[in-house]
Design a protein around this ligand. Structure first.
Ligand code: ZN
Length: 280
């Protein structure tokens, strides 16, 4: 895979590879094609000797509105990368394998890329949008960035990469999940979820300044520093938390399947819209 349709790969500075979500007309909603292109670009940058730092950025007003729920592409259209298969098995089995591959599986691979990664974020980051931010090492946000996970309205616990308690702390995690309301960039900064907040027009420049600073360091030191911090998170049970929450997430899909004949509570979309209106 080298021709991309949903993303763009750029080399904005020596040692820096920037992967840009390029579906602004859909607020960078993630369909399966986008996720496979992103995974491919991240793999390529990860293995590229000339790349010291990887930046993930997005075109348009909003970083990402989450998973594209209208996408009907099947995973066997893609070169799947993990060991899960039989994605069309009945019951919960097939769909669980799909989410193991493209959601939890991809996020965990990206979180463990052996090079520094920076997410450069503006506008809305909703639900699955968080899964293109949290797996990465440093987050630079513009002042207008808003982070939310409203999927409790769908009868689910939260998105498939359940890092909320690690990213914002237990109490704020509960508040953001229970209410579905967004955390502002400034609040995310205070909580330690975001490294820097800058005006929108300085987002690209501030991200590149950080990337360039990091790219000047030796790759061995960067690799070891990243692995050490990741190990600290793992020692705090992060991986077990993700696995346990993923199981409960699939309980929600299974429950919704039995009760409504679909993956999510059908009233969820209306509830999320009225939450969003109430916040304005
Ligand atoms: Zn799901």
């Amino acid at each position: 895979m080298t021709e991309y349709d949903r993303i763009r790969v750029e080399a904005p500075a020596p040692g820096v590879t920037r992967v840009v979500l390029a579906r602004p007309e859909a607020a960078n909603a993630q369909d399966r094609r986008m996720l496979y292109e992103l995974n491919d670009a991240l793999d390529t940058a990860s293995r590229d000797a000339a790349t010291k730092v990887i930046v993930i950025a997005a075109d348009g007003v909003h970083f990402s509105s989450g998973h594209d729920l209208r996408d009907r592409a099947k995973l066997d259209e893609f070169d799947t990368v993990l060991q899960f298969g039989e994605f069309e098995l009945p019951g919960q089995e097939g769909y669980m394998a799909q989410e193991q591959e493209i959601y939890l599986g991809f996020c965990w691979r990206w979180r463990n890329i052996p090079k520094p990664t920076i997410a450069s974020v503006q506008g809305k980051v909703i639900a699955g949008g968080l899964m293109l931010v949290w797996p990465f090492d440093i987050v630079i946000a513009s002042e207008d960035a808003r982070f939310s996970d409203p999927v409790v309205a769908f009868g689910a616990n939260g998105v498939e990469y359940f890092a909320h308690p690690y990213e914002v702390g237990a109490r704020k995690a509960k508040q953001m999940l229970f209410t579905g309301e967004a955390i502002t960039a400034e609040e995310a900064y205070r909580l330690g979820m975001v490294n820097e907040v800058v005006p929108r027009e300085q987002l690209e420049e501030a991200t590149l300044a950080m990337a360039t600073k990091i790219a000047a360091q030796p790759s061995m030191g960067l690799k070891l520093a990243k692995a050490s911090v990741n190990q600290a998170m793992d020692n705090m049970g992060m991986y077990s938390t993700l696995q346990a929450a993923f199981g409960l997430h699939h309980l929600s899909h299974s429950h919704n399947g039995q009760r409504f004949g679909m993956l999510v509570d059908p009233e969820g979309a209306d509830r999320i819209k009225s939450q969003a209106r109430a916040q304005k």
